[in-house]
Design a protein around this ligand. Structure first.
Ligand SMILES: [Zn+2]
Length: 135
């Protein structure tokens, strides 16, 4: 494809490029892109944006140290539930599965929506559940 004979603006990063260049100086995207290519590029960019770290460093500190036992509870809970069922502690097993499940959902949706308090609620829910079951 022939490079543009005019100064052009990159479809992807909006950088201005001099005439005669067929790819963007700053990001390498083609000067002549079809609508489909541009859309595909934008879609990948958006996906990338959604994957950037969800919380800032100071936000993450909010979850410490509680998140450590909470993560431990989340990982171990299936084994504990099985143990409780074997020992016929059905109510405890039920409380544990619901508590961990709901807390997990709260934490996950909190992280997804950057709602740190919802996420924190999930963390404390894990701890509270374990406390209720094993007190
Ligand atoms: Zn560019």
């Amino acid at each position: 494809m022939k490079p543009p004979s005019y100064t052009w603006v990159c479809h992807k990063c909006n950088a201005a490029n001099p005439p005669g260049r067929s790819t963007c100086e700053s990001c390498g995207f083609q000067a002549m892109a079809t609508g489909k290519q541009i859309q595909a590029e934008k879609a990948t960019q958006e996906k990338y944006i959604h994957r950037i770290p969800l919380f800032s460093g100071s936000d993450i500190l909010l979850f410490f140290p509680e998140i450590i036992p909470a993560a431990f509870i989340a990982v171990c809970s299936p084994i504990w539930i099985i143990e409780l069922l074997i020992e016929r502690h059905f109510l405890s097993a039920l409380v544990l599965s619901f508590g961990v499940g709901l807390s997990g959902i709260a934490f996950y949706s909190g992280v997804r929506s950057k709602g740190k308090f919802l996420a924190y609620l999930g963390v404390s829910g894990m701890l509270l559940t374990a406390f209720l079951v094993y007190k």
